[in-house]
Design a protein around this ligand. Structure first.
Ligand SMILES: Cc1cc2nc3c(=O)[nH]c(=O)nc-3n(C[C@H](O)[C@H](O)[C@H](O)COP(=O)(O)O)c2cc1C
Length: 176
């Protein structure tokens, strides 16, 4: 089984989650992790499962303006945030917009603040919707992984991400 994990990340948390998901998937499949900005080079038809995720910005997927805002926030004198090298590259929104019609299975995730979804929103819901519109079958509910107020992953979230990755492989196998 070949699995592609596509992620976008400003401060590294979603990348860490993507890598943890891949670690879980690795136990039962071959997995490749790529940044959304590089995902256009991938032939999605060669993958049995595509997993896509990004940070929640303004209740949904990031856009150029929010990514710029994220970089500016990290440049504030009192900030402890470190920006990923490709933070202002195209993100998951732009990659999804570039998809033609697709087939196959997919799943969506995000990172967001810990709190009621009503207040935080979650990018994974929009990502899942766009994957479905492109023609993918969603094999799992959209999943969120949580950061704290300092934008650090909460304890146990990487392990939960690995477990989610393992569960995707199991779900995929049970369907075939
Ligand atoms: C411009 C901007 C807008 C944000 N808006 C939200 C939001 O609406 N809801 C939320 O839960 N988190 C929001 N966040 C927090 C991000 O979800 C958080 O920074 C992200 O999960 C960290 O992932 P990363 O390290 O991969 O960038 C926002 C962050 C930024 C920079």
């Amino acid at each position: 089984m070949q699995v592609l994990v596509v992620y976008e990340s400003m401060y590294g948390n979603t990348r860490h989650v993507a890598e943890a998901i891949a670690k879980g998937i690795e136990a039962g499949a071959t997995v490749k992790v790529v940044a959304a900005a590089d995902a256009k080079n991938e032939n999605l038809a060669t993958y049995d499962l595509v997993v896509a995720g990004g940070p929640t910005h303004v209740h949904g997927m990031s856009r150029a303006s929010t990514r710029h805002g994220a970089v500016e926030a990290a440049e504030e004198p009192d900030s402890t945030l470190t920006v990923e090298p490709d933070a202002e590259s195209e993100g998951v929104r732009e990659w999804l917009a570039s998809l033609g019609s697709a087939t196959g299975d997919a799943a969506a995730f995000d990172t967001r603040y810990d709190g009621p979804v009503l207040f935080t929103g979650r990018a994974s819901k929009s990502i899942a919707k766009k994957l479905g519109k492109a023609g993918f079958t969603l094999i799992a509910d959209p999943e969120s992984f949580l950061v704290d107020k300092q934008t650090a992953l909460e304890a146990g979230e990487e392990e939960r991400a690995s477990q989610w990755g393992r569960s995707l492989v199991q779900e995929k196998r049970s369907r075939s």
